[in-house]
Design a binder for this molecule. Structure first.
Ligand code: ADP
Length: 482
């Protein structure tokens, strides 16, 4: 089984969010179950720097894009093949999708049109490389045009999978770019790429891929509804027979409290004392009073409306009254960043806020906090709640997307049955959040009950093995092989 995995980011080559975590880990997990999975992505500066054994396969002058080259290398540390598209004008800049003022790059249609075009080209009979995939696996809008190129250019295109990591990002551009992208005029129709007078890369992927997947079973259902489909619910309902939800895994090598180099002390469910010492060290690092009994609430996320951190800010006075400490790491929307800074300035020693991206601190928060707040308005899968479960940090989440698939609410019934591992809020607002945390704090004061919640999460297997098998089953079904 040979799979070309086309993506716009893959950790550790380049990362802005969860897509990179999946794209870095899933091809590796597919390799482990015997699939020859290879990544295709843009040759950003960080990718060129981190990929190993790079060599140029060919150079070409493309009519609409100019001088382009394809490099072949290997994935850092794991050695499976990675293809990088080298294009000085498109990819040699800081910022994957946006400039430093968080404005989308003006030429994103061309930048990711080129990625999509390469994905289709390498999947067809005229492939410029010595690798003929059985399946093309595309991810999010940046690779959405690839199934459309296959559809319009190949008599018998190979089957393709399009995975939705977040339907909020739809790759919408003015229709003028269609000609520059080398797509036929007839592709711009309501049954094709047109989305209310514009071109949508996402729609192309949803319409022309053989199968659609998304990153949790619950999100697969939600996106067929008006509340979560973001305009695509009709199309997705119409294609529901080919729509599957496969829960993401997490990288259990990188996120393992027993071996994590970012932590102060290693720990595991057999040695929970280590977690407590991470908490005390983190409180010290943050300039907070070091006290194991003071509840420490953590949050690591993009500061975007999706993530509900505005509701945490609204609920903060109540949380602080309850005696909690709050540590927040994230960046994104300026209004949210400013609101968090203001809250931290008003509550020194009780609220610590770090605006920026810091991998090490993210790990130390996961290890040191007692609870992890993730009150998302929607959440396709979510990774941080799984990191939290693995680190014995009780997740407090909303009942949406993958959060609902992974966090089992500490209701009396679930506690009695010994399966609860976190707290789930049904309808998000500041009162519901504060009430839920208040309830959680009652349990927090009962050490044994709290430890049971922690170990329920810590013992669960969130590795990629299970997901990789589900993708393999899907590929086999598409090829009708067993
Ligand atoms: P999304 O992809 O919507 O941003 P996920 O929970 O699926 O959300 O994945 C986010 C990933 O990015 C996680 O690995 C998380 O730890 C990481 N992350 C987000 N913001 C930061 C930050 N400011 N510093 C370090 N890591 C971050």
């Amino acid at each position: 089984m040979k799979v070309l995995f086309a993506t716009s980011e893959a950790h550790p080559l380049a990362k802005t969010g969860g897509l990179a975590d999946v794209s870095g880990a899933l091809p590796a997990a597919l390799q482990d179950v015997g699939v020859d999975a290879r990544i295709l992505m843009p040759g950003y500066p960080s990718a060129l720097e981190k990929a190993e054994n790079l060599s140029r396969v060919f150079r070409i002058d493309l009519p609409n894009h100019g001088e382009t080259a394809l490099l072949r290398g290997t994935f850092p540390g794991l050695g499976f093949p990675v293809y990088l598209i080298e294009h000085a004008g498109y990819y040699q800049r800081e910022g994957l999708y946006q400039d430093k003022n968080t404005q989308d790059w003006q030429d994103n249609a061309l930048r990711f049109g080129l990625l999509s075009q390469f994905a289709a080209w390498m999947s067809g009979p005229k492939s410029p490389v010595n690798f003929t995939p059985d399946i093309l696996h595309c991810n999010d809008w940046q690779t959405g045009l690839a199934p459309a190129y296959l559809h319009f250019e190949e008599a018998t295109p190979i089957p393709s999978v399009f995975t939705i990591h977040n339907i909020a990002y739809q790759g919408i551009f003015s229709p003028e770019v269609i000609a520059k992208l080398g797509l036929p005029k007839e592709s711009f129709s309501v049954d094709g790429l047109e989305y209310y007078g514009n071109l949508s890369f996402l729609k192309a992927g949803l319409n022309y891929a053989t199968r659609i997947t998304t990153v949790s079973p619950n999100y697969a259902k939600e996106i067929q509804t008006e509340a979560f489909g973001m305009g695509f619910q009709g199309l997705l309902s119409a294609r529901k027979s080919v729509l599957h939800g496969i829960l993401n895994g997490i990288d259990t090598r990188e996120w393992n409290p027993a071996t994590d180099p970012h932590l102060y002390t290693p720990y595991s469910f057999e040695n929970l004392a280590g977690k407590s010492s991470n908490k005390l060290s983190l409180q010290g690092e943050l300039g907070m009073q070091c006290n194991a009994k003071t509840p420490l609430l953590g949050m690591v996320s993009r500061m975007a409306h999706q993530k509900g951190s505005d509701v945490v800010i609204e609920a903060a006075p109540k949380l602080l009254q309850m005696g909690a400490q709050l540590v927040v790491l994230g960046n994104g929307e300026q209004k949210l960043e400013a609101a968090w800074r203001k809250l931290a300035n008003a509550n020194p020693g009780q609220v610590a806020v770090f605006i920026g991206y810091d991998e090490g601190l993210a790990h130390r928060i996961e290890a040191g906090a007692d609870m992890f707040l993730m009150p998302s308005r929607f959440e396709p899968c979510g990774l941080n709640q799984m990191y939290s479960l693995r680190y014995g940090t009780i997740p407090v989440v909303t009942r949406v997307g993958g959060l609902a698939d992974t966090v089992i609410h500490a209701s009396q019934e679930n506690l009695n049955q010994g399966k609860a591992n976190g707290f789930v809020i049904d309808h998000l607002d500041k009162n519901a959040l504060a009430e839920t945390i208040n309830r959680a704090l009652i349990l927090f004061r009962h050490k044994l009950a709290w430890q049971k919640l922690m170990t329920n999460g810590m013992k669960k297997d969130f590795g990629w093995g299970k997901s990789a098998h589900q993708y393999l089953d899907l590929y086999r079904e598409m090829l009708k092989v067993s």
